[in-house]
Design a protein. Structure first.
Length: 249
């Protein structure tokens, strides 16, 4: 499988605090790589570095073979990286379709086109419709985001990410705040997307993580404690002590 995302000795300092400290990992197309760890481990900071929301203090980030360390978010996004945030980042007064169309339009060579009607961009509209369908929101396309349920808003944010035609997906706690039924739908969606993209997933729902991920990296205090398959992580004594809890006797 093609390596779409790679970090080497990635580091982010905030004053004297190393929030991310020497993190090296790979994320391959057709595979889900989950990053887990306790609160304050540096997981969201890691995603912010990968998406360009933060500039690294040291180390290297490669996306699709290109060195992108320090590039701004819009440049990294244009290379084929889509991300979601812990809090939904959508326009509440716009319909689900309008939100997706705006996301797709951001990939035009110039998105600042005010004279031509947005509805005339056929490929943009098709990308928005396709993303809604993949995420199970085609029947909710004309509903304002404010009227969607929490789970549907999460699905919409994923749809907006897909509308940009990304090759690499960065998802930061996409199941946060969901009930059991909504979480089950999201897990199935993430599993489907993982088969066609390179996905880096930060998530606290361990049942979901172990159901989806092919590779897990465990972070503690900004460092990588362990990395491996779900079975290897479950069996790792250091991980059990630091995060998962002691193994059953």
């Amino acid at each position: 499988m093609e390596t779409a995302l790679r970090t080497d000795a990635l580091k982010k300092m905030f004053g004297g605090l190393a929030a991310v400290n020497g993190v090296s990992l790979e994320c391959r197309v057709g595979s889900v790589h989950a990053v887990i760890g306790p609160n304050g481990a540096g997981k969201t900071t890691l995603i912010n570095l990968l998406s360009g929301d933060l500039a690294p203090s040291a180390g290297r980030i490669e996306i699709l073979g290109r060195q992108v360390s320090g590039l701004p978010p819009h440049r990294i996004a244009q290379l084929g990286v889509g991300r979601s945030y812990q809090r939904t980042n959508i326009f509440m007064g716009f319909s689900a379709f309008e939100n997706c169309r705006l996301a797709a339009q951001s990939r035009l060579p110039s998105s600042m086109r005010f004279i031509r009607s947005a509805s005339s961009y056929r490929e943009i509209n098709q990308a928005a419709e396709g993303a809604l369908e993949v995420c199970g929101l085609e029947t909710r396309r004309d509903v304002a985001a404010a009227a969607l349920s929490h789970g549907e808003r999460r699905q919409l944010e994923v749809a907006m990410t897909l509308a940009t035609s990304p090759k690499v997906l960065l998802f930061d706690e996409p199941l946060a705040g969901m009930g059991a039924e909504e979480a089950e739908r999201m897990v199935e969606l993430l599993r489907k997307l993982g088969a066609a993209h390179a996905m880096l997933l930060v998530e606290h729902d361990m049942d979901a993580v172990f159901a989806i991920a092919a590779t897990l990296t465990v972070m503690v205090d900004g460092r990588v404690l362990a990395s491996g398959t779900p079975a290897q992580i479950r069996a790792n004594a250091q991980v059990q002590e630091a995060y998962l809890g002691a193994a059953d006797d």
